[in-house]
Every structure is written in C-alpha cells, then in structure tokens.
Design a protein around this ligand. Structure first.
Ligand code: MSP
Length: 665
C-alpha cells in the first residue's frame, strides 16, 4: 500500500492565524486530498507550538496565564481549518501530555547516546525566533527575520552535538537531490554546511529564566529549547516509538514549511533524527512568502490578511484556487484583493463558470436535460480527447511536484479549448439545422471533458468541485475514486444522466473602479482618455445604460471635432458567451472577445430581441472605452452598437468576418 504523511509547521500561538499560515495548511490539505485520490493511504498533521518565551510574553500582554492563553489561540486555529476546507488527520499541541512524554524520551535517548553535553555559552538571542544567532548570521547586527537587535545572553546550558552529523547530512543532501526542494533552498542549506564548522545546538533554558517548557529528564533545573520540543511533534503525533502510525507513515514523511524556518527543518531536525537512530524524512518542501504591501505578511509588521474574511468575501473555492494558482511554489507572491478579483473573474467566472453554465443550458434546451449518447468522435472531438489526456497527464506530474500554478494552468488550457470548441461547433446552429447526431456528440464531448477537468479540481476546491460534478450528471465522487484512471480514458460520464438546469458556481465579482484588476486589460492600441459622456444619445441604443432610442434623435447632437471622434475606441468583437441577467427581462450579460486575452463583459439591453445562445460566435460593433458601469451587480465594460427598427433591434456587424478587436475607423 502506498502511503503519504504530510505535515505543516505547528504554528506559534502568540498570534491569531493569518493568510500565510492558511496558505501552507491549504497546500498540505490539497496534497493530502490529491494523494488520497491517487490511491494512497494518507496522514495529514498540523497543530500548535505552545512553549517558550514569546508565548509567555503574549499571555502576559493578554492578562492570561500561558495555559489559558494557549487554549484560546490553539482553539482559534482548530476552528479555522474546517472553515477553509482543511481536514487534517490529527491536530497536535505541544502542551499535550503525550507529546511531553515523547520529548522527554527523545532527550533521554540522545543524552544516553552521549550526544548531549553541559557547557557554558554566550550568544545573541532573538526572542522572536527563540534561538541564538552567530555574529555571521546577523545582518547589520539585527535578526534577519525580525529586524530587531538580539539580546546577548551568557549562561550554562545543555548542548546537542549537531556538528558531529554535519558531514553525514551534507552527504545525504547531495545523494538525494529532492530531499530539500525547490533546488534554491537545497543550495542554501548546502552552502551553510559547506561554509564552516556547524555549531552545536543549545537545547535547554534554565528555569530561572523560563519555566514554560518541558523539563529535561536528566536535570530538573532546566526546560528544553522550544525547537527541540517542537520538531519532535512530527514523530510524537504518530506515536513514536511503538505506534502503528509511526511504522506505517514515517517512511513516507514530507514536511511543508516556508523559508523562514528552513534551517531548523533542514539542519536541526535531520541531525536530531540521526542522533535518535531514525530514518530521515523524504522531502522538505519549502515555499516563499506571501507579501502584503510588498513586505512579508506578519503580525509584527501589521499587514496581515484574515483568511476567514477572504473566504467569506470571495468564497472558499475562489480563495483556495487563487492561493494555489497565484504563487509559484518556492518564490514570494503578492496578495491583494485586486489580484484575487482579477484571477477569479478571468479563470473561474469567465472560463470555467461560463463553460458550465452555457453547456448545461444547452443540454437542457437541446437534449431535455439528459447527457446525450457519446457518439462516434470525429477529428475535432478526437483533438479534444487528446488534449484532455495531455492536460491531465501534465496535471498529475506537476501537482505531485508541487507546481500547483502550472498544474492548474494545464487544466485551464483544456477549459479554454472547450469554450472555443463550443464556439466552433455552434450547437445552436446544429440544432437549427437538425443535425442531432453531431449536436449530441458535441455536447457529450464538452460534458465529459469538463467533468475530467472538474474532477481534478476536487483537491483544490473540494466542495465546489463536488457540486459541479453533481451538476454535470456525474454525482458525488465515490470514496475510493482514483484520479489516475482518468488519464488516457474517455467516457466515464454515463449517457442519460440528468444534468442541472443551470450552474451559478462562480458569479463574477464586481470590480468597482477603486478595486479594478491591477493589470488592466491591454488594448491593441492605447487610446487617449475617454471624454466625458456626450450629452446626446449614443449612436446606437444597444447598451443597457442608454435606453433604446430611434436613430432620428441623433439630429439634435452638436457637431464634434475629428479629435473627439478619435477618442472613441470603436471595435469589432466576437461574442463568446451570453446569458440573461437574473431579474432583468431586457438585459443580457455578453462576453465579447476583442483580442485582449480575456473577454470583456458588456451588459446590453437586447434580451427582448436576441437569443443568448444564437449570439455566440457573432461579430458585433462596440464602443470599447466607455467608462465601466455597474448594472444589476454586473460591471459592464463597453457598449454594443445597434439600430432600432420596428419590432426589433439590429446589431451592427461587419459583412465579412474580421479579427476580434479590429478597430472601426
Ligand atoms: N512554531 C514554529 C514552527 C515549528 S515547526 C516544528 C513557527 N511558527 S509560525 O507560527 O511562525 O509559523 C511559521 C510558518 O507559517 C511558516 O513557515 C509558513 O508555513 C507560515 N507563514 C507565516 N507567514 C507566512 C507568510 N507571510 N507567507 C507564507 N507563509 C507564512 O515558525
């Protein structure tokens, strides 16, 4: 039986959880779910780190005893995880009595082996990091992480002979290239190990200075150093030394941390394991920082983002998708609500949400709401089947290698190709022409390929992906489902299954002018700023913000300069999707490709005369630089040009197809 044991850091309880903690834990959860869905037996551990100076200080500041204080913050962590869709197998607290016993047993074992000695030490102690720094490690005399001047402390203490294991560790890292990954962190650790003799690790604190810790089993005058205590959580949670979980899961262990705690995990921990005579973990996976306002998100800087508030505001699926899609694992990434909104609207609302809603609507309209028979794939369908297989194969390779962003991008290549396939096949035309076999084939192809993509979103957005699978007629995922079966296969979606009448999984998020995407959509040729809206009706009445007006009303408009005309960005766009705006009889939300990469949303007052499905693929003239305006909760960015005639509304289109985005001049 293949297994996977994955851990997050156990978080200090001196502050409430923020988005940085949420990121590591969501990544661990996604990896855990992915492993379980690829046939592995899994164990996923998280928890809280509760001993040490800074916890005592935080408790004092809160007017509580350390015990009361730890209970409160640890509970905040425990109750946060389900709200973020995180389902660990166990939650460990370093104040758990069983953990204290394990730490004492480990200390005794290392002491008995002769790897702990008593000595005098003076060093620069950073209370934020809870560790001594060497002169060399300080930057300009301050702690590189906290930017504070450490305190010089000299006292008698116990030391772990870390230096004894230096060469063995360096050899292990060289012989196992993915022991520490990505590679930049492996190099960083090797350069520490190669740059001189490793100092032994001070592993005790005299009780005269600190009592909030686990007492040394061989000297009641001391408690153990918080890192020696904390790192052992990874084995104590498995019941080391005799626990069955330890025997089953330790051989498949991998840790997830950010780069702030690279050294304890890459040097202290493996040398401790060597001293205990235990095998080393398989992988240390190290990610970068989430920055907020260009600085590492942290409580002391005061720039933290509350993950629960973000999940409430943008939905859990949107938040988890954004975190995994936006950060390249190993590098830093910036968090802002603008970039979250932009990513949500482009990938989830426009690409995936739109694919689902238009497909389900068509299955209801043309096939009575039931999955049509698969049919015999033709060249276009074979291309989709091949693309799906490649996309999934890439997804599996990349996700397992922690390249979440690229893994998701490969799924989105498939999702975007399906939207294009619909445009090209034009099921509405197939229906009108009575080509039922091809219509069924096209809709089955889209449903099945969309299902294959969505099933791979289960580790990323478990609840939303589960709901989409039900909407697509596949039903909830069976417990022992194996995603690897999806590669190179086709046709798991049963014909005849009922699909939902519609899907409203990812309604667009309003990007109010103050919160528009940071990267504004690029236009082919930049235009000067738009003038203030003309006091006369627009040339056509199609956009909802301008009620339909007869053409003759333009007679009263004053003449304008050529320069005024030049300020109008008039273009031909291709409709990629259209749907009725809920609760508004006359309005359609139309997605129009004008060659910007992702389509524009335009809300147009044309619903009375135009069927949304029939518009897809049609080219229309539009004013592209009209100021964005919110209509019925949807931000409209442009105006479709049309002419009113009796009993109808003619949309202006070129007589022959032109490239999407072609300028009208
Ligand atoms: N208690 C120790 C870990 C002991 S593990 C045996 C500790 N705790 S912590 O509360 O400071 O958590 C640090 C971890 O939180 C980072 O390694 C990372 O997983 C997460 N993050 C905290 N801030 C972060 C960012 N700004 N960005 C990304 N991750 C962040 O260190």
């Amino acid at each position: 039986m293949k297994r996977q044991y994955i851990t997050t850091p156990i978080y200090y309880v001196n502050a409430r959880p923020h988005l940085g903690h949420a990121y590591t834990t969501i990544v661990a959860d996604a990896l855990n779910r992915f492993a379980a869905l690829t046939g592995k037996q899994t164990f996923f551990l998280t928890g809280t780190d509760e001993h040490g100076d800074k916890i005592v200080k935080a408790a004092q500041a809160a007017g509580q005893t350390p015990g009361e204080y730890c209970d409160a913050i640890s509970a905040a962590y425990q109750s946060l995880w389900p709200k973020l869709g995180v389902a660990p197998s166990a939650f460990i607290r370093t104040t758990d009595p069983a953990h204290a016993l394990t730490v004492k047993a480990a200390l005794q074992k290392v002491h008995d082996a002769g790897d702990i000695y008593f000595g005098e030490y003076g060093g620069h102690y950073c209370f934020g990091c809870e560790r001594f720094y060497t002169e060399k490690e300080l930057q300009g005399g301050v702690c590189p992480d906290h930017q504070t001047k450490p305190e010089y402390i000299a006292e008698k203490n116990y030391f772990f002979k870390m230096s004894k294991y230096q060469d063995r560790l360096a050899r292990h890292i060289r012989e196992n290239p993915d022991f520490i990954r990505p590679a930049q962190y492996r190099s960083e650790v090797l350069s520490i190990l190669d740059s001189g003799v490793l100092e032994d690790l001070c592993i005790s604190r005299p009780k005269s200075r600190l009592t909030w810790g686990i007492e040394l089993p061989f000297d009641a005058g001391y408690v153990t150093y918080v890192w020696f205590d904390a790192l052992l959580n990874y084995v104590s949670a498995l019941g080391w030394p005799d626990g069955k979980n330890f025997a089953d899961f330790w051989p498949s262990a991998q840790h997830l941390v950010a780069k702030d705690i690279l050294k304890p995990h890459a040097i202290f921990w493996p040398t401790m394991l060597m001293a205990l005579g235990l095998p080393l973990y398989n992988h240390l996976n190290v990610h970068g920082y989430w920055l907020s306002r260009d600085t590492k998100m942290s409580k002391s800087v005061g720039n933290v983002v509350d993950p629960e508030a973000m999940a409430e505001k943008y939905g859990l699926a949107g938040l988890r998708y954004f975190l995994l899609r936006e950060m390249t694992f190993g590098s830093d990434a910036s968090f802002s609500e603008q970039s979250l909104t932009a990513r949500f609207n482009a990938d989830l609302a426009n690409d995936l949400g739109n694919l689902l809603s238009r497909t389900l609507t068509m299955v209801h309209k043309y096939c009575g709401g039931a999955v049509p028979a698969a049919g015999e794939p033709e060249a276009e369908e074979r291309a989709i089947i091949e693309l799906a297989s490649d996309a999934l194969e890439n997804f599996h390779a990349l996700f397992g290698a922690l390249q979440f962003s690229r893994a998701l991008e490969s799924l989105w290549e498939l999702i975007r190709a399906l939207n294009k396939y619909i445009d090209a096949q034009a099921p509405w035309t197939l229906f009108k022409e009575g080509r039922t076999a091809k219509l069924g084939l096209a809709l089955y192809t889209v449903l099945e390929a969309a299902r294959k993509a969505v099933v791979h979103l289960v580790p990323v957005m478990p609840e939303a992906a589960g709901a989409m699978l039900v909407q697509l007629g596949f039903g909830p995922l069976p417990k022992d489902y194996d995603l690897t079966d999806e590669i190179g296969s086709w046709g798991f979606l049963p014909a005849g299954a009922s699909v939902a009448a519609s899907s409203n999984q990812f309604p667009r998020i309003d990007a109010t002018p103050g919160a528009m995407p940071e990267k504004p959509a690029k236009t082919a040729k930049p235009c000067p700023a738009a003038p203030a809206p003309a006091p006369c009706p627009a040339p056509s009445p199609a956009a909802a913000q301008t009620p339909a007006q007869p053409a003759t009303e333009t007679e009263g408009c004053p003449e304008i300069e050529f320069a005024d005309f030049q300020r109008l960005d008039l273009r031909v766009g291709t409709v990629v999707a259209a749907a009725k705006v809920a609760g508004a009889d006359k309005l359609l939300e139309v997605l129009i490709d004008i060659g910007e990469g992702s389509p524009r949303t335009v809300v147009a007052g044309i619903a009375e005369f135009h069927d949304p499905d029939a518009l897809v693929g049609r080219q229309v003239a539009m004013l592209a630089n009209l100021k964005p305006r919110k209509l019925r909760g949807v931000v409209s960015r442009g105006m479709i040009l049309a002419v009113r005639r009796e009993g109808g509304l003619e949309l202006l289109s070129p007589a022959n197809p032109v490239p999407s985005g072609a300028k009208i001049s």
